[in-house]
Each structure stands twice: as structure tokens, then as C-alpha cells.
Design a protein around this ligand. Structure first.
Ligand code: 3EB
Length: 327
């Protein structure tokens, strides 16, 4: 079954192309809720001209949708997209519960391979009970991977983790039945090998995942920032952080293309979600992105806190999926 990526930059009601169905997605800012498909609503303002934006995966036939515990999902024969939101007064425990629920759903439904996760939480850089909330999230996430018998390094999903203005811990995921190829960035220490200075338990994600989705070779590039080795670079310099981020994106896409039998993706043909810590940086970041990948670059731009306090920008990308267009 065909799968398409639909980046909708309009607020208000979603109008998906005729003859397509929402497998799931993420909605930012001011978007009207809709009953169809599991779409995670994220309380983060959309910038650069729009007041709301939605990133959806569309299928040409309706999926089988339902609930498993706190997880809402829609599935095709090869893929399942799901969302879970849990109140997170105690973020580490809430994260372990959320991921535990995701893994239970995947086991019950028969989709063993978690390919991509989107993570959002309020006050991501605040210290609560002596530990930064992002670090609590990492501890809960890693514990849940271990508890489900999944690896905590190597074959781990692509991901992103961002701060919202308010709201519960919110996780969306895409999983499948066949293995995917995890991709690392030669310029960066793997996040699952970050040293303890960034938290006692390291983040459980790959820099990207190559997967066969809807009959095409898709590349899901994780949230990418101005980190080289394991260090954040260019404090307080949005232009330099953006350029470093673009260099990292190029390096990941290159690394993905080096796999035998792998398809070469090009940044020029990918779809982006840009997260800026400060709304006033949106224009600079999107200008630098366009200068790098072309004026027709398709980017959703969102104001969100990034998971290290000194990072001002994070960019994620999807390649290979055909684009849904409005009819
Ligand atoms: C980094 O490279 C920046 O915790 O799931 C990027 C993508 C980041 C995913 C995650 C964090 C995550 O470490 C932050």
C-alpha cells in the first residue's frame, strides 16, 4: 500500500488529498482537532507565516485503527503509527510507562520494529527533584527499552525530543514488521554512547533510520543539532549552529547512502521540521536552510525548546516518501 508524506502548513481544518487516509501524524500550534487517525497535538507555536502545521503520513486505503491501553493507533499490513500522552508530574516514571505501553502495543499487534519516535514534553530544560527533565526522560526511556528486552544501542529508532509550552508527555511512533537499518553520523558520538556528563542514562536513538515504507526506501533523519563529537558548539550563535546542523544533516544522509544496496537520498529532496528555541531566529534558520537545500525546501518551523539548554536549533528530515498534494 502506498504511503505519502503530507506537510500541511495551513491552520484550521485539515484537508487531506481526496482518496487518501491519515495513518497518523503530528500537529503543531493552532490546528483544529479532528477525529480521524491518531494525530499528536503539540502545544508549540508555528512560525514563519503559518499559525498551525501538520505533518501526516497518508495511505491510499484506510488503516485499522484502535486503542491498546493508552496507545491510539492506525495500522496497515506493514506499518503502525500510534500516539500516547501521559501526565508527567514524575517524568521518568511517566516516560517508562509511555514507552512500556508502546512496546506492549507493538508486541500485541505484531509490529516488532520501532522505527521512529517523536517526543514532546513541557519544561524540558527545567530541573525537577534535582534532575533536568530531559535527563529524567532519558532514564525512563532507556529503562523501558531494557524492560521490553530491546537493545539500548545499535538498532534503536530515529527520534526527536523537544519542549512544549505546556501539556502532557506526548509520544508518537512509527513501527513496522521488518527490520530497518539504523544510521549513525561519523561527525558525532552516537547518542546512546554519550558520556555521563549529559546524564546518567544516555538517550536511546539513532541518527537516522533507513526503512522500506509503502514500497519505497524512506530515510527518517532524527532531530539534528550543532553537536560535534558529543559537544554542543557555537553557543549564542544561531547562524553558526544552523550551519553546523546542516553539515550534520549532510553527513547523516551521506552515511545512509553508503549502505550496500541502500538508496542515495539528497537533502535537496527532503522534507524538514525546524525547531527554534527563540521565535525571532525562525527567519535566519529558514533562510540558511533554503540557501543550502534550495528555495523550494518544504519546512515546518516550530518554536520549541531543544534538549540541551545551549542549543538554539534542531532540524529533522524525511526523505524518499512521495509527497501528498492537495486536490
Ligand atoms: C542530540 O543530538 C540533540 O533524545 O530522542 C536529537 C534527537 C536530540 C533526538 C532524543 C535528542 C533526541 O543529542 C538532541
Amino acid at each position: 500500500m502506498g504511503v505519502r508524506l503530507y506537510h500541511d502548513l495551513s491552520a484550521g481544518e485539515r484537508r487531506v488529498p481526496r482518496g487518501t487516509h491519515v495513518l497518523g501524524g503530528v500537529a503543531y500550534g493552532d490546528v483544529a482537532a479532528s477525529g480521524e487517525g491518531p494525530v499528536l497535538t503539540v502545544d508549540a507555536p508555528v512560525l514563519a507565516g503559518a499559525s498551525g502545521a501538520t505533518s501526516l503520513l497518508l495511505t491510499d486505503r484506510p488503516g485499522r485503527c484502535g486503542n491498546h491501553g493508552p496507545v491510539r493507533y492506525c495500522a496497515t499490513d506493514e506499518l503502525v503509527f500510534g500516539v500516547v500522552q501521559l501526565h508527567d508530574g514524575a517524568l521518568e516514571a511517566a516516560t517508562a510507562r509511555a514507552y512500556g505501553a508502546v512496546f506492549e502495543a507493538l508486541d500485541a499487534l505484531g509490529y516488532p520494529t520501532l522505527l521512529r519516535a517523536w517526543n514532546y514534553m513541557a519544561q524540558i530544560n527545567e530541573v525537577a527533584d534535582g534532575v533536568e527533565r530531559y535527563r529524567q526522560f532519558n532514564a525512563g526511556r532507556q529503562a523501558a527499552f531494557a524492560a521490553s528486552g530491546r537493545p539500548r544501542s545499535g538498532r534503536v529508532p530515529a527520534a526527536c525530543a523537544l519542549g512544549t509550552r505546556a501539556g502532557p508527555l506526548s509520544v508518537a511512533f512509527l513501527a513496522g514488521v521488518t527490520p530497518f537499518v539504523p544510521v549513525e553520523n561519523p561527525r558525532q558520538v552516537s547518542a546512546y554512547h554519550y558520556p555521563p556528563e549529559y546524564g546518567d542514562l544516555s538517550p536511546t536513538f539513532s541518527r537516522a533510520g533507513l526503512a522500506r515504507v509503502g514500497g519505497v526506501d524512506a530515510l527518517f533523519v532524527s532531530g539534528t543539532a550543532a553537536i560535534v563529537g558529543h559537544a554542543s558548539l557555537h553557543a549564542n550563535d544561531i547562524d553558526a549552529q544552523t550551519r553546523e546542523t546542516l553539515a550534520n544533516l549532510e553527513a547523516v544522509v551521506d552515511a545512509a547512502g553508503a549502505y550496500p544496496g541502500g538508496v542515495r537520498h539528497r537533502l535537496e529532496h527532503m522534507d524538514f521540521t525546524v525547531y527554534v528555541r527563540h521565535a525571532e531566529d525562525a527567519g535566519r534558520v529558514t533562510a540558511l536552510l533554503r540557501a543550502h537545500v534550495g528555495e523550494s525546501a518544504r519546512a515546518i518551523c516550530v518554536q520549541a525548546d531543544v534538549c540541551r539548554a545551549e542549543l538554539l536549533v534542531e532540524i529533522e528530515a524525511v526523505g524518499g516518501l512521495p509527497r501528498g498534494t492537495e486536490t
